[in-house]
Each structure stands twice: as C-alpha cells, then as structure tokens.
Design a protein around this ligand. Sequence first.
Ligand code: SF4
Length: 250
Amino acid sequence: MCPVAVATGAEAATAASMMAVPLLLERGALAPADALAGTSLCLGCGACTAHCKVHIPVGQRLAAWRAPQVAPPPPDPLTPIEGGARIVCVLTGSSAWSARWSEATGVEVAVVSTNDSLGHAAWRLGHPGVLEGVASHFAGRELVTGSGAVEEVARAAGVPVRRLPAPAADAVFHPCHAGPRPGPGQLACCGRREGFPEREPDAARMVAEENVRLLGDVITSCADEECACWLRAHGGRVVGPTDSPGCTDV
Ligand code: SF4
C-alpha cells in the first residue's frame, strides 16, 4: 500500500523496514545519520495504517521519532485577516480561489494568506505554540480551505473549518491526507505531503509520476489545492480548487 515503496521499488521505503530503523539504531547497527536517512522515505500518508490489521500509526510514530533529531522549522508569523466576515478563506501559496468560492456561494468572506499552511510542518515536528497561536488568531471565526494541511492544523487548534466540496462529480475522487481507506482507482498520496518533495525530491517525483501513470486518462478530482498542483505539474489530469500559476483546470 505504501505509495513511496510502490513508486520507487525501494525495500527501504516499506513501512516494516522503516519501523525497524529506531531499533537498529538502539542496538548500534546503524549510525544516527543513516537512521535519519532510513526513516526519511515516509511521507506520513497513513495508507499502511489504513490497511494494517493492528492499526499501527507508522507515519505518526516515525514523525515523532524524527522530530527531536531534525530542527523543527519555526512557523511563519500569521498574517492579518483581511475583512471582518466570520468566515475566513485561507489561501495557500498564490491561490485566489476564495473570490470564486465567494461569488459562487454568495457568502461574504474575509481572507488570510499562508505559505506554510498555518505552520503545519512546525506543528507536526513539535514546535511549541503553533496551535495556541492559530486558536487565538481565528477566535470567533470559521475557516474555509482547499488544503488538507490547513484543515489538520485548524481542527487540532479547535477552530471550526470546512473543506471545499469535490469539484467534479464525474471525476475519480482523490481522498488525500490520510482520508478514508483508498479504494480501487483512488490514490493513497500524490507525494506532495508534509515537505516530502523538499526532503526527498527524487522519491516525491517518482510517486507523482507513478500516480499519473496509474491514472492514465482518468480525470482526478482533487480536494487539496497543493496536491492538485503537484499532480498537474507531473502531467496529471486534475480538477481542483485552485487557479495557482501553472495549475490550469482540464
Ligand atoms: S505512512 Fe504512507 S509513506 Fe509512510 S510507510 Fe505508511 S504508506 Fe508509506
């Protein structure tokens, strides 16, 4: 089930192999640097957990094990909310879909921009204060987002949040971000999750290309704008909630 193991063909990328690494380090069979490299190919999608008979949260355990050994990136400062509406559209990167969403629904929205998904990576790696900052910044508001990472942070911080609906009924839905157990024709993960392309660019590219190969002519309905962009950049036919540069709807 591991999309990285499937795409790379690397036994080192299997959940069983990576989960053995901390033990090998403890027994002196691996150097610390090699142990860190030996757990780097997990992108934390949760696909293996969804198919695990005893539900071991491999992605979470490996991330927790790695956290003290890699310096957690500090979160970007939260930017001011533009507008006084209760519902706040969270824009990631250069996406401007909030205006379209507001027009289509007739709902007045305020807007906030973030380049690090409200500190998602910093929070996942244990940086203190991320959730408290988000809860305080958005007190009394509700968020709308096209990003699974933003949704995860908001939910953990106790801020009401809703995701955009899947944009095309006739496309195969890509659940993204450890959603429901992937079924036939669905993707476990596109490879964009949690800074994986920055950490393991070759493996991330191979995951994207394998997904695109598997999809063939199938149009994928991607609810996550970052995933939609990532798949499109590797040739996938994707409809999604983004109009970022380079992400043209099919
Ligand atoms: S969480 Fe995802 S990437 Fe990590 S080992 Fe499991 S299936 Fe592979």
